[in-house]
Each structure stands twice: as C-alpha cells, then as structure tokens.
Ligand binder design. Structure first.
Ligand SMILES: [Mg+2]
Length: 377
C-alpha cells in the first residue's frame, strides 16, 4: 500500500460544454472527474468549489465516507449537489487506481469483458439525412444506432396522427436501411404523455426496436410501468435520476428493461455501481447515459468493464474536435466497440494544451408548440 496522502486542492474547469475537475494530492497524484448537469454547469461548478472546502486536507482513500458526508451534510439534495458529488467521486476513484497502479474496474471486482459494445447517435433534419447518418454509422462498424423519430418541427404539428405517422415512417426507413442485424434504439426525449407513448409504441413494435427511451417524463415510475406493460418494446430510462433511491422506485414498479445511470450525475462510479447491482437483482440490464466529454466515456467504460449486467454503451462520437483534443491518448474504438483500457485509474490523461480552450456553455432552450405552449425537453 502506498503511504497515506492528503487532498491538496480541487480544480474546476468549464471547457467547451463540460465541467471537468481535477483533485490534486500531496503525493503528486491527480484525479480527473466530470460533473453531469449539462445546462446548469456553472451552479454545479460552484457546488464543487464549495465541497472542496470540506475535501482539502482529507485522505482521498475514504471514497464512500466522503460521499456520505457530502450527501448527508445538508438538508437539501438534488441534481446540482449530485453532479458535483459525482465529479468528485469519479476523481477519487481515479486517484485510488493511480496510487495502486490498477484500473478502477480491478478495484470493483475485476474485468467482466474486454470490450464495450456502443450504440452511436445518428440524426438528420430530413428522413433522407437520418437514413444516411445511420448508414454511415453502420459503415463505421457500429452494430446499434440511436435516434429520435421526430422531425425537428414536430411540435408544430396540430394533430397527434400527423406527428406519429411521421415518426413511424422515419423508424421504418432507418430499420430498412440498416438491415436486420443492426439494433435500432428509439429515443423519445420525454416528449409524450403515457397514453400517447403507448399509442406510438404499439405502432413501432413492428420494427423491433432494441429499446424505447424515455417515452414519457420519468418522474412517475407507476405510469412508466403502465407504458412498459402496454407496449411490447423494452423501456430504457433513468438518465435524470440522481440517487439509488429513485432507481429503487423505478425497479420496484417494473418500469424499465434497461436503466440509464449517468455516472456524472448519479453518484459517480460509487452510485452507478450500486444502481447496477440493484438492477442485476431484477434481471434488468445497464446502458450508461453518456452525452458529455471523453472523461464521462472513460468512467462509463470502467463501470461497463466490471458489471455482469452491462447491455450497451451510449456513444456520441469522439473523433472530431473538441472531443478529439481533450485526451492525450483517446480511448480505442474498434468496429463500434470501446476497448477496455489497461492503464491505472480511468486510464486517461487530459491534454493540457486543449484545456485553454474557450467555454461554450449549453444554451438553455426548449420547444414552443404550435399553440405557444412550452414543450418538454
Ligand atoms: Mg436520453
């Protein structure tokens, strides 16, 4: 065992759309983390800076103790608290792995797989653009693609029939274009009520989607359970959840075939490992949510590599700047699979030259319907 050390300081960085952190230890070890409340990155940065006052001078080895202190020390909880806590948790696991000279998955039970199957984001304003994007992903080696079936101006349609007909047409076109051996994943982005999502889901069953993601707002496990009961497509949900307690209610309602923990929001590697075990006990598989930077991807791969009930990994592509600039050595992607890295901790290092890049915060926005009403994002 290396000699005990102390946390010296916590650094927060808003770079492009991401909140990255580094925790520096007295022995020279530096841990990397990311917070996942995209859209509210500045308040989350402030929360990390506030939590840093507690962490400075503490032994970084006591990951669960620090998690419990930071989670339970205030009356109030929520996404900004959990986004900050998640970034810290990931960085502390990175420190522990680096100090011991082993990957994080080796500290969490050891490797359950050598590579991680990814689904690629595809999209396009027109049906032809969407089909071309899906075909390009398959040509690149991906065996699963994910897309929203709605046209960009769907919220201006005046009838549900018009809306749904367009969605069915797009899903059918992608299914036909990619062929029977590629899984299609349909992302609804919470844009329907339960009755509407059941109605559309039944029409999409003919295309055998791998999953039907967030077909309604995730706040009611009971109603999500109704959707799961009444349409024959596996439900994937949970990307907004911040604690194991929300997942307990979702799993108890049998409302999901796949859970979507976001490691940068749901308590980091500690929280997501617990959630994965809860899902395992219900025969539910795990598809980590991953819309952020390559740091989030690296953390996801560590989890995917050590749980038995991994299904798929969300992947948005990291071959173009700014993502391609962030890591000294990008994670290896071969034929739609991320190769599990062998290096200590997260197995990555940040590229210092890239970190001087400008902040590019996500612009908060949501659609306004044809009648002027606010629609769900
Ligand atoms: Mg989603």
């Amino acid at each position: 065992m290396p000699a005990p050390t102390k946390i010296e300081r916590v650094e927060t960085m808003l770079w492009d759309r991401w909140l990255l952190i580094r925790i520096y230890c007295e022995d020279g070890t530096v841990g990397i983390g990311e917070g996942g409340v995209h859209g509210w990155q500045r308040p989350t940065k402030t929360m990390v800076d506030t939590m840093a006052e507690y962490l400075e001078g503490k032994n970084p080895d006591y990951i669960e103790h620090h998690y419990q202190w930071l989670y339970r020390s205030s009356h109030f909880m929520g996404s900004v608290v959990q986004g900050a806590l998640s970034a810290i948790d990931i960085a502390l696991w990175d420190i522990k792995g680096k100090r011991l000279g082993v990957p994080i998955y080796d500290l969490m039970g050891g490797k359950t797989r050598d590579k991680v199957r990814c689904y690629m984001h595809v999209g396009g304003e027109t049906k032809d653009d969407l089909v071309a994007s899906a075909q390009a992903a398959v040509k690149d080696g991906f065996t699963a693609v994910r897309f929203t079936p709605f046209a960009p101006d769907y919220y201006l349609h005046k009838s549900y029939t018009e809306w749904a007909d367009e969605a069915v047409d797009r899903v059918g076109a992608v299914k036909e274009a990619v062929g029977g051996n590629v899984d299609i994943c349909v992302e609804i982005h919470r844009q329907m009520a339960p009755a509407e999502s059941i109605w559309l889901g039944r029409r999409l069953e003919q295309f055998n989607p791998f999953f039907y993601e967030d077909p309604m707002l995730p706040d009611s496990p009971a109603r999500m359970g109704d959707v799961a009961d009444q349409c024959n497509i596996p439900i994937a949900t949970g990307e907004r959840f911040t604690t194991i307690f929300e997942y307990e209610q979702l799993l108890e309602a049998n409302a999901a075939s796949y859970i979507r923990p976001d490691l940068c929001l749901c308590g980091g590697l500690s929280g997501s490992k617990k959630v994965s075990a809860m899902a395992e006990a219900k025969h539910v598989k795990v598809i980590p949510h991953n819309p952020l930077s390559p740091v989030s991807t690296a953390a996801c791969v560590q989890l995917d590599a050590c749980i038995p009930n991994f299904a798929l990994q969300e992947y948005t592509g990291e071959s173009e700047p700014p993502k391609s600039d962030l890591l000294v050595t990008p994670l290896e992607l071969v034929d739609g699979y991320l190769i599990v890295p062998e290096g200590p901790g997260l197995g990555i290092e940040l590229n210092e030259a890239a970190l001087s890049g400008p902040e590019n915060p996500k612009i908060l926005d949501t659609p306004i319907g044809f009648d002027g009403s606010v629609q769900d994002r």
